[in-house]
Each structure stands twice: as C-alpha cells, then as structure tokens.
Ligand binder design. Structure first.
Ligand SMILES: C[S@@+](CC[C@H](N)C(=O)[O-])C[C@H]1O[C@@H](n2cnc3c(N)ncnc32)[C@H](O)[C@@H]1O
Length: 336
C-alpha cells in the first residue's frame, strides 16, 4: 500500500540499526510496533523476535496487522474463499456504491461503479460469513486485509482519500481482483491492538519499542477514511464533498500537544530499548526530541538521507522532491 510515512524502503536500515544496538539475536525479545500503519516494521521483525506487539489508532491498520502480524498458522483453503468472493454476482445498492461512486448519483468518484459494487459484494459476504460463524477470526482478517489492499489498488485518488479525481485514472479503471494478502507463518503468539499509544503504553511491557508517530498535521484518520469505512462497514451519513466519516485526531499531529504526549509515552514505556523514526521537518524539532529522550537514559541518533517523492495532484503522478533526512533516535532506558 502506498501509505504516507511508510517505512517499507527504510525497513532493512531500521532492522540493521536496531541489531547494532540490541544485538543480532533477537529471538527472546518482545518487539512493539506502536504506530504500526501498514505493519511493515512489525512484519520485518516478526521473523526475528519472540513476540510482536502491534498497535495503531486506525481500524484499517488493525485489520492489516491482525492479518500480517497476528495470523501465524496456515489457513486451510484460503484461496478457495478468495476465488468464491471474486466470482459472486454483484450487488447493486451497497454502501460504497451508494455513497462513493458516480453512477449512484452520489457525486463522488472514489471507485469506478463496477469496483464500488464489487467492494460491497465482497464486504457483505465476508460480514455474512463472520456473523454465521462460517469463518473464524484468522480467516476473517485475512479476507478483510486482502480486500483493503485490493481496493486500495483501484482507488481513484492521487494517493490518499482526502479527495477523489474528477476523471477515472488508468489504474482505477481496471477491474478489482481480490488478491490474497500473505502473512508470515511461525510458532509465536503475537498481539495486535487498536488503541491510543499513550493508553496502551501503560498496559504493556517488552524489550524493544519502535515508535513511528505522524510527524506533521496530516490526520491519517481523515486521509484514509474510506479504508475505515470498508473495514468497519457501518451505516453513517457521509459528510461533505469527500464523504468523510467521524475521524480520530491524533495528539501527535498537533503542535501544542505533541511534545507532552511524546514525553508521556517515553516516561511510561516499560521497554529497555526505544527507537523513534522522525522526519527532520517534523512538528517536534530534533532538539526537542533529544531533550525529552535524554532525560530517561542513554541517547543517540543515526540518520539516513533519502529521496522523497511528492504527489503532483495536477498531473496525478509522483515526482522527485528535495532530499530529506530520516532520523532514528535511540534511547537505552535507565529505569524501565
Ligand atoms: C508514520 S505512520 C506509521 C507508518 C508505519 N510505520 C508504516 O511503515 O506503515 C503513523 C501512524 O500512527 C498512527 N497514529 C497516529 N496517532 C496515533 C496514536 N495516538 N496512537 C496510535 N497510533 C497513532 C496513524 O494512524 C499512522 O498509521
């Protein structure tokens, strides 16, 4: 998934830096990915550690991580379910088609009419199977995560759901095909939460805490509202031109709140090693981050320069932006 702040391209670098500090053998360690998003960092460490704890405020992220992180045992016949869902006759008047496709008269065009109907068809069947206990939790989250990933591929947006495009772009005109979202199989039990980080931190403990909070004012909940609507599939009255639902507002995206929230998180963390990914253009300055972290133990910083891509809305494609630094702030905590 093309996700704002995704660490897909930085995951090997982060893994290397964590191992430099904690050691190469992480097999007895509990690793927490506190702002998990797409789950890529949890997935990177899932193969190395004893347990991954994954968390994010957003429901679509819960769904992705229930599949990618918590699912760990083979699911029998999973391809058969995917095939069945792909071949259902389309339902006409589902929530997505009614509210987010142009053919229904909604005046919104987040998906082509056919793809909107297909999302409704698949989502309705998954709900039916879950309610009648035909599928268990593992299969439920596997199928839902597969739907989120497949629907996102054909979304008619420049990249996020804060606006749709006037004309259907090429990738959005392709027919949605439900594709399996594969997860790593292993013998470990992993945990996935959907809570505010500052609440969860009081309830858990472990060895390595990885933090990747939002670094600017963009609220993920508004930017990815349609994914929450697909995963929650509840009835509500979509608001305004973009069909927004009620959304979460993270304190990490508020200039007046971010430093206090961050310090509270660090203070309450019962983890020896804390790693924070933060952009050099973030709401907290490097100086503020350092000042907070060094109060609680031994602090250090590593940085990596990388090329950023920006969405060009007028041309509906990505272009190269300035070089930027991704920082990994490291704290080995004194009392935890
Ligand atoms: C920079 S993104 C994380 C990206 C992720 N590491 C990845 O590679 O996909 C920040 C994430 O923090 C989540 N978030 C924002 N505020 C939060 C909070 N207070 N508690 C938990 N998660 C939060 C957002 O929903 C978003 O997914």
């Amino acid at each position: 998934m093309n996700y704002i702040g995704s660490k897909l391209k930085l995951s090997s670098w982060i893994e290397e830096e964590v191992k430099k500090v904690v050691g190469n053998d992480l097999s007895q360690k509990v690793f927490c990915d506190m702002f998990a998003g797409t789950g890529i960092i949890g997935r990177t460490f899932k193969k190395d550690v004893k347990q991954v704890i994954s968390n994010d405020l957003e429901h679509y992220s819960l769904v992705l991580n229930k599949n990618y992180i918590q699912n760990h045992e083979a699911i029998a016949d999973k391809e058969k379910y995917i095939q069945e869902l792909n071949n259902l006759p389309l339902i006409e008047n589902g929530f997505i088609y009614q509210n987010y496709c142009i053919g229904s008269g909604s005046e919104r065009q987040y998906f082509s009419d056919e793809n909107g109907k297909k999302i409704d068809t698949i989502r309705t069947k998954i709900k039916e199977w879950k309610q009648s206990d035909k599928i268990n939790d593992s299969l439920y989250y596997f199928l839902l995560a597969s739907l989120v990933e497949s629907a996102d591929k054909v979304a008619n947006t420049a990249s996020v759901y804060s606006a749709f495009l006037k004309d259907i772009k090429k990738s959005a005109s392709k027919a949605l095909v439900l594709e399996a979202a594969p997860f790593i199989e292993d013998d470990s039990l992993h945990l996935v939460f959907n809570k505010d980080s500052n609440e969860l931190i009081k309830e858990i403990s472990g060895d390595i805490l990885y933090l990747d909070p939002p670094y600017n004012q963009r609220q993920y909940s508004a930017y990815y509202h349609l994914l929450n609507t697909i995963t929650q599939y509840d009835e509500f009255t979509p608001k305004g031109k973009t069909g927004l639902r009620k959304y979460n507002r993270s304190d990490y995206s508020k200039k007046q709140k971010v430093c206090n929230s961050f310090e509270d998180l660090i203070k309450n963390a019962k983890f020896e090693y804390i790693f924070l990914s933060y952009n050099n253009e973030g709401l907290m300055s490097e100086y503020e981050v350092k000042n907070i972290m060094q109060k609680y133990g031994k602090y250090s910083l590593v940085q990596k320069e990388y090329q950023r891509f920006k969405v060009d809305k007028t041309q509906n494609r990505n272009h190269k932006a300035n070089k930027t630094f991704e920082s990994l702030h490291i704290l080995v905590k004194d009392n935890f």
